[in-house]
Ligand binder design. Structure first.
Ligand SMILES: *[C@@H]1O[C@H](CO)[C@@H](O)[C@H](O)[C@H]1NC(C)=O
Ligand SMILES: *[C@@H]1O[C@H](CO)[C@@H](O)[C@H](O)[C@H]1NC(C)=O
Ligand SMILES: *[C@@H]1O[C@H](CO)[C@@H](O)[C@H](O)[C@H]1NC(C)=O
Ligand SMILES: *[C@@H]1O[C@H](CO)[C@@H](O)[C@H](O)[C@H]1NC(C)=O
Ligand SMILES: *[C@@H]1O[C@H](CO)[C@@H](O)[C@H](O)[C@H]1NC(C)=O
Length: 231
């Protein structure tokens, strides 16, 4: 085999490997492990401006590791709806911020509470919508908080205190309960922010769930405006 052929073979093998195994690097999404390592180093050295951002993070109430989640079985947002989205918003923010504190400090008090919040929701919330009015604001909630929950889950995915069964439950919860709410025909293709947050949600759930179809759909929608097609 000549060098050219060997290179072709190597590239082909890599392509097959990435398509068979998803090929996502974890943790992905907003920050890589190299980002977290850099944050941890700067915060440990109490260097500005990193330490100032960190102090703002831990002085926010959502980063308090005694935060108690208030999971709901059914979530609504919007005028005329039985709007309980405040619980979703607060708990998604709390899970995200506490996961971030853990990734920066290694303090497992924050890790355990982040996992407690994520599990509480993943084992309780069965659906998202609005039963009493024609408001579609719940789709914004599904996009924004779906994106935040997926990011929190991605940060915690290899934490030894989150067992494999519970993590798999979280992945499938995001795919089954959150993902379809942003899926066509619901995605509007009218309001830029509605569609953008749904694209971010799809992409994030794709990485969290190691599902390349969802990820590619998000990229495709962003580039070509072709509607989501994976389900
Ligand atoms: C972890 O965080 C908790 C809550 O803020 C604190 O009480 C504890 O001292 C921290 N542990 C370490 C090892 O820093
Ligand atoms: C709204 O409708 C869904 C789907 O039919 C149902 O599961 C849920 O319990 C209802 N929620 C409320 C608050 O009525
Ligand atoms: C999780 O993954 C990161 C990045 O690869 C690594 O630094 C860390 O040690 C892992 N944590 C556990 C509990 O496996
Ligand atoms: C995994 O975690 C879940 C949620 O905390 C818990 O209900 C379950 O018992 C745990 N399973 C194992 C095998 O530890
Ligand atoms: C990706 O998610 C879609 C939608 O739920 C599903 O139909 C498909 O089987 C998933 N693919 C993989 C590889 O899990």
């Amino acid at each position: 085999m000549g060098h050219g052929n060997m290179l072709q073979h190597l590239i082909l093998s890599l392509m097959l490997w990435t398509s068979s195994y998803g090929g996502f690097v974890h943790p992905g999404l907003l920050n890589s492990q190299a980002d977290f390592n850099r944050m941890a180093q700067k915060v440990a050295a109490k260097q500005s401006p990193w330490i100032d951002s960190y102090n703002a993070l831990i002085s926010n109430g959502h980063a308090n590791p005694t935060w108690n989640p208030a999971p709901q079985a059914w979530a609504e947002r919007g005028s005329g709806c039985n709007d309980n989205s405040i619980y979703v918003q607060n708990d998604a923010a709390a899970a995200y911020q506490q996961a971030l504190v853990y990734k920066v400090t290694g303090n497992t008090t924050y890790a355990n509470n982040a996992v407690r919040i994520l599990n509480a929701w993943a084992y309780t919330l069965k659906g998202i919508g609005c039963n009493a009015s024609s408001s579609w604001d719940f789709q914004l909630m599904a996009g924004i908080q779906g994106y935040q929950f997926a990011n929190a889950g991605e940060m915690m995915r290899n934490y030894s205190g989150w067992n494999a069964t519970a993590f798999a439950n979280f992945q499938s919860w995001m795919v089954k309960v959150w993902y379809p709410v942003c899926y066509y025909p619901f995605a509007s293709q009218v309001y830029a922010n509605w569609d953008l947050i749904c694209i971010a949600q799809h992409m994030s759930i794709g990485v969290l769930a190691d599902n390349q179809t969802l990820f590619n759909d998000a990229v495709n929608y962003f580039v070509t405006w072709a509607r989501f097609s994976s389900i």
